[in-house]
Design a protein around this ligand. Structure first.
Ligand code: 5GP
Length: 128
């Protein structure tokens, strides 16, 4: 069965898309730790990030870098954290999280509750 991220990429499940190219897809995390919290995924379905072939893995990092630049510009944060963790979805993903302190990247923290309008506005700004 396709992962939830493959179904998002296929357009079967809605998302707030941030960027896409032939190999990768980026969209806002629905349970964000910070405004702009984005997930970057490869279109090929691989559970474990380090099982990706070298080209796909390095290309994914460069794709994430472009988005991180936009996130930094949009939010004015000090840095954008790049985090790989979690066992919830068996589809490799990188979390990009705007941060001003290490606490901003604490996954035990309560997540932000954003409205659909707020999500749309953030995605729109990142798509410019
Ligand atoms: P992890 O595997 O990194 O623990 O969790 C997967 C991440 O994907 C979580 O941060 C979760 O909020 C996010 N996520 C799970 N399902 C969906 C979804 O349907 N849409 C979006 N946008 N994010 C999701």
């Amino acid at each position: 069965m396709a992962t939830i991220f493959s179904r998002i990429i296929a357009g079967e499940i809605p998302c707030y898309k941030v960027a896409e190219n032939e190999q990768y897809f980026a969209f806002l995390d629905i349970n964000p730790l910070a405004v702009g919290h984005t997930l970057v995924v490869p279109k090929c379905e691989t559970d474990y990030l380090f099982d990706l072939d070298d080209n796909t893995l390095s290309g994914m990092t460069l794709f994430a870098k472009q988005i991180a630049g936009k996130l930094k510009e949009m939010t004015g944060c000090k840095k954008v954290a790049m985090v790989v963790l979690g066992l919830e979805v068996p589809h490799a993903h990188i979390h990009l999280i705007p941060m001003n302190s290490e606490n901003d990247v604490d996954f035990r923290k309560e997540k932000l509750k954003l409205t659909p309008e707020e999500f749309s506005k953030i995605a729109e700004q990142l798509n410019r």
